[in-house]
Write a protein that binds this ligand. Sequence first.
Ligand code: SF4
Ligand code: SF4
Length: 435
Amino acid sequence: METNFSKEQLKDIDNKSSEKIFRKCVHCGFCNATCPTYQLLGDELDGPRGRIYLIKDMLENNKPANEKIVKHIDRCLSCYSCMTTCPSGVNYMHLIDHGRSHIEKTYKRPFRDRLIRSFLSITLSKSIYFRIVGNLSKFIKPLSFFLPNKLKEMINLMPVTFPSKQLPKKEIYPAKNKKKPVARVALLTGCVQKVISPQINEATIRLLNRHNIEVVVPKGVDCCGSLNHHLGKSNLANKTFRKNISIWYEEYLKNGLDAIISNTSGCGTTLKDYGFIFRSDTDLKKKAKKISELTKDITEYLDDKVKLNFIPKNINEKKYRIAYHSACSMQHGQKVHKEPVDLIKKTGNEVLEIEDGHLCCGSAGTYNLLQSSIAKRLLKNKIENIEKTNPQFISTGNIGCITQIAQGTNIPILHTVEIIDWYTGGPKPKALKNI
Ligand code: SF4
Ligand code: SF4
């Protein structure tokens, strides 16, 4: 794609990087074929190629965003299915991030939208605020008919009870053999996930400790920053990124870290991009690059680095049919797909392929809250395809997908790490108590 940035414009590091990406695009449109929003809405501007043109036009011509551009950019799920399909290696993720940040700087959203986006930015990125709002929503729910539709939907989606934790909060969870751990890893425990599904972090810690790996949860790391990053709130996101990078890097230097484990693929994708985000920051670029290199999805780490001790099963023991839902951030964002599937297969159960498995379930961070009608259509399609496989339960690696899919079906859904923990000596997940 031909570009027309001036020399002055190219002094800006973000313009410079985006220009390189634009130049790779050959307009072929292959990406549209696998874009969920293009498939549903059939508008060129709701596909990756059209969005690339919109972003290029804004940046090249120093144009502020307008209502039309914002509508089509906001409809993008950031599922990165287009990146898997693109034969030219166009990094759409970096373009859409740049586009969103440009929108935030140049466009004033209507008051109601600003209010909702600020509400999400504050409540979802701090686990303590999320818990408070969840508790308050118990009282607001009966009166929610007074609220604007979007806010009403959000309040109704808030959980009112939170499962209790089984593991005490600690900074260090020692390996089984305290004196001779085989590795030491940091775990990103996340913001929303640790409140609504603490069992995921608990299964991760138990499993790693049982395999003689020390797990550290350094104080001060809460949210990974993706939420604000995807809302285009670069300043807030960068503040979180900086804090996390400093904390983990210090831990790496002082006590050593073999990996930083993410068990939420949306967060893992962002952590793996810290190096790019701070590529021109003299203070942080080396540290950010190291943090990105150390980051591994839990299934990637288990598959590559851990000799798992699966408990031999009795021949008569029940075998399950498990539908594996590959989260977009996992399969397209991190290119991790085979690893979780192989791990589940090692449990002796059957892994079922879901038709159109490359398409998003509609969760996509805050997408199901901000673009609920598209998200509902995507969810409906996803559930139909899952149910066709007739599974006994579903497995995936992202809390957003777990929450979204659970809204559309009664089939139990587990994080993949809960299954691996169970088959290597951990407890049977509570969600499966009736099957
Ligand atoms: S990230 Fe997903 S929704 Fe956005 S353009 Fe690419 S394929 Fe379409
Ligand atoms: S598939 Fe890649 S090269 Fe082709 S239009 Fe889409 S982004 Fe451009």
